[in-house]
Design a protein around this ligand. Sequence first.
Ligand SMILES: C[S@@+](CC[C@H](N)C(=O)[O-])C[C@H]1O[C@@H](n2cnc3c(N)ncnc32)[C@H](O)[C@@H]1O
Length: 361
Amino acid sequence: MIDSLVLYCRAGFEKECAAEICARAGALGADGYARAKPDSAYVSYHLHDPVAAGALLADLRWRQLIFARQLLFAIPLVAELPVGDRITPLLAAVDRLHTSISGPYADVWLETADTNEAKELSAFLKKFEKPFRSALEKAGRLDTGKTTLPRLHVFFLGSGAAFVAASLPGNASDWPLGIPRLRMPRAAPSRSTLKLAEAFMEFVGNRNAGDRLRAGQTAVDLGAAPGGWSWQFAQREIHVTAVDNGPLDKELMAGGMVEHVRTDAFHWLPKRPVDWLVCDMVEKPARVAALVGDWAAAKLFKEAIFNLKLPMKKRYEELENCRAIIDGKLAGAEVEAKVRFKQLYHDREEVTGHIRLLRSR
Ligand SMILES: C[S@@+](CC[C@H](N)C(=O)[O-])C[C@H]1O[C@@H](n2cnc3c(N)ncnc32)[C@H](O)[C@@H]1O
């Protein structure tokens, strides 16, 4: 029976991930406690009463979680796996999982945490995958490729212990370890470009990109230099006003899609509303939240993506404070919007925010 959740996160953000899941699960009436070892890159959340798992399965949304890269529903840890035969106890665990989340499963992913220490297990995982997969196939537990089915995850803490868990279609990351693999475009002026590329995938999605990111639109990029984020728009033939006192990449400027405004982004406003606002300034998060909140209240964009560089301490609290600043500005102006935050893989000490204004009725 499902009695716990396993959440992957960025190493160093276990405390924030734990605080968030305790708050979210608690609000759904599924009280429990979190185990969060510093720098382990995952958190497990254990229910006081496994009956409450039903509420989590029904209503806990992976997309609403800020610090979780992946959300798995798990049965109690399978420990002391015998070296000579790990398959038998793991298959028995899959049987137990099956009573709560029935298969067949769309696939099986053998994973470890995203830490150098855990990566030492990757040779073992590679070797173990083939026989384990064929044992699952023989037991009728896999129907590979059917994306409407749950996916099976075996999350190894060491070669002798693993969580056997499932992720639900549409309520989980579709990338192993929750890490999107993006290729660095050669022409982009900075590696930062990958942050915005990932943010578009997360907040717009490939399915909607044709409609919400299209040639002829307009964008403003606050804190743009050297131009990795502006490049994302320029290569989609979206006109960008890039605001920064620093220099922009020459090739980017030569493309003719970017206008460079050398000024302080906190004292500049566009003449008319734009489709997109993006902001990647190294600034106090509350100051950035107030800035994008003011733009939203004045309906100066349709969608915004911005980075909040979190402090070393009280990061979860600071993020809640930023959310309250934005909500306050929106409410004051009676503007309706969807606001969401996610710590993306390409984020480091920061979190990416997204605001989408809703059409007024
Ligand atoms: C992290 S870099 C941006 C990188 C950029 N997104 C890219 O992909 O190449 C931050 C930029 O913000 C700019 N910046 C910081 N404070 C600013 C302000 N008040 N007004 C305008 N630009 C600012 C800095 O000059 C710097 O170029």
